[in-house]
Every structure is written in structure tokens, then in C-alpha cells.
Ligand binder design. Structure first.
Ligand code: ZN
Length: 282
């Protein structure tokens, strides 16, 4: 893997290498970083994984891209730092990018269960009433988004789905993120991590969960893991991640971190993930 700075505007096509660009690496509350959201690029395919509250600002700031440039979106869970930008990108796509810029309708990679949660609990309030449909009805999720449905593979030890887009293979797995009291991914509220092309593990938001690292981390060549520098009931804390073996830590970049990063010792790890650079896996 090598790391290059983004030249703006970021090209959403490449020679077929797997490429990952974080448009933010911060937690929900940082004032100096953007929300942890990332773009995966391979060949002619790109997928934006999560688009939080800072997304409409971080996308142009870190990549030079605009809302209308994104075609595929994969939201992992409903916290605002992961989906807060979906209403603006969905509205922009429907009312500006498609009719005036001749862009494609946005496509969401989303399980049926999560589509229902995302629409009914978060997006409907701002998106269902604009113009009515030709049948005189409120707008629906599918008026804004085409859908590619990940296929369920297994429910144990955790719900696990696969979605393929051209040559890019994404495995979604449920994480134990929330609530604090949930004991495992099967009983937690819906939240996904992503194994990217069977090479790179993105933990999504999760409590410290060594079973994810046993199942996916051991075969990944690189890991991007969320962390909190201080004890946290719903995220993996840095002291917890420090207990992992050296080989796991050496290939682990930390993301979703707080403003105090300049004072934190991460020398056991690959480092702190950086926003606005290209991680390229040849
Ligand atoms: Zn979260």
C-alpha cells in the first residue's frame, strides 16, 4: 500500500487498484476534523461509505468533488456523523444533479432492514413531502434512490451480507455499537462494518470486539478501526486496542478520533488515518 496526496478534483476512476480516501477521520464531535466517511474507488466504480453532517463541506474540501459527482452510497448506521449529509445529497441529486446536470440517480447499497430504519426513522421527515408523486402520494425512498441489495450470507456469529459492484466486493457485517448494554452484534441496534475486497477491514462504529478482528482483521492487509482516546461505552477505546497483538496493531490505522490527537502516542499502530489522502492497494 502506498499513500499519495489527493489532487483535486479526486478522480473517481483508476487503473483497477483498490483505493480508499477518507473525506474525514474525526468523531461526531471534533471541531478540527470532519466526520469519518470514506470513498472506495476501484476501476470505474466508486462507493461513498457514510455521509455525515460534515459531508457536504468535507467532500469538496478534501477532494474537490461536489455532491453531484457521487453515484453510489453505502450508509453503515444512523448516527448523524454517518448519515447527516444524506438528506442534502439526496435532495441535490433529485432536484439539481439529475435534471440540470444530467447525472445519474443516486444508488444506495442497503439491506432491506436498514432501508426501512433509515427512511422511517431519519430521512422521511425532511424528504417525503416536496412535490407529490404522479399518484398523489408522498415521496418514497425509491423516488430518491435506486437500490442495490446486499445478499444475506449468514446470521452467525453476526449478520453478514455481501454486495458486489463490478469488480469491487464488499462484505457488510453487523457490529456491536449501540446500545451500551448490548452484549453482541446480534442483539445490538443495526450498525455495519465493511470488509473491502477481502483486503481492507473498515470496522465501522463498534465497541472493542476481538471477534471482528479474529474473523476479518487477521486476513486483512490493512485495518481502519474507529477509536476513542478515552474510555467510551460504544466505541473501541485506545487502551482496549492497545491489548491487541503487535501484528494486528502494526497494520491498523485509527480513525473516528478526537481533537486531541497531537498529544496521543499511537506508535504501536500503523498510525492515525488521515483525511484527504489516497490509500492505494496495488
Ligand atoms: Zn455511531
Amino acid at each position: 500500500m502506498h499513500i499519495l496526496p489527493v489532487e483535486k478534483p479526486l478522480r473517481l476512476q483508476n487503473n483497477g487498484s483498490l483505493e480508499i480516501v477518507f473525506i474525514g477521520v474525526g468523531s461526531a464531535f471534533t471541531k478540527t476534523l470532519y466526520n469519518t466517511n470514506l470513498i472506495i474507488i476501484k476501476g470505474d466504480t466508486h462507493v461513498l461509505v457514510d455521509f455525515g453532517t460534515t459531508g457536504p463541506f468535507s467532500l469538496p474540501a478534501t477532494t474537490g468533488l461536489e455532491l453531484g459527482d457521487i453515484e453510489y452510497l453505502l450508509p453503515t448506521h444512523s448516527h448523524c456523523d454517518h448519515i447527516g449529509g444524506i438528506e442534502p445529497i439526496g435532495l441535490w441529486n433529485r432536484y439539481v444533479a439529475v435534471p440540470f446536470m444530467k447525472k445519474k440517480k443516486l444508488t444506495m447499497l442497503i439491506t432491506e432492514e436498514y432501508q426501512n430504519i433509515l427512511w422511517n426513522m431519519s430521512l422521511r421527515g425532511g424528504m417525503e413531502w416536496n412535490e407529490m408523486t404522479s399518484e398523489g402520494q408522498a415521496l418514497r425512498f425509491t423516488d430518491y434512490f435506486d437500490v442495490i441489495r446486499p445478499k444475506a450470507i449468514s446470521m452467525l456469529p453476526r449478520p453478514h451480507f455481501i454486495v458486489e459492484l463490478d469488480n469491487l466486493r464488499l462484505e457488510l457485517f453487523a457490529t456491536n455499537h449501540i446500545p451500551e448494554q448490548a452484549l453482541d452484534a446480534n442483539s445490538a441496534f443495526l450498525s455495519y462494518g465493511v470488509m473491502i475486497d477481502d483486503r481492507v477491514l473498515y470496522s465501522g462504529d463498534t465497541k472493542f470486539d476481538p471477534t471482528i478482528l479474529e474473523q476479518y482483521g487477521s486476513r486483512a492487509e490493512c485495518i481502519f478501526h474507529d477509536t476513542s482516546f478515552t474510555p467510551n461505552p460504544v466505541h473501541a477505546s485506545l487502551p482496549e486496542l492497545h491489548t491487541l497483538d503487535a501484528a494486528m496493531k502494526e497494520k491498523m490505522y485509527l480513525v473516528h478520533y478526537g481533537d486531541s490527537h497531537a498529544n496521543i502516542d499511537v506508535s504501536d499502530f500503523a498510525g492515525l488515518g488521515q483525511q484527504g489522502v489516497r490509500y492505494i492497494f496495488d
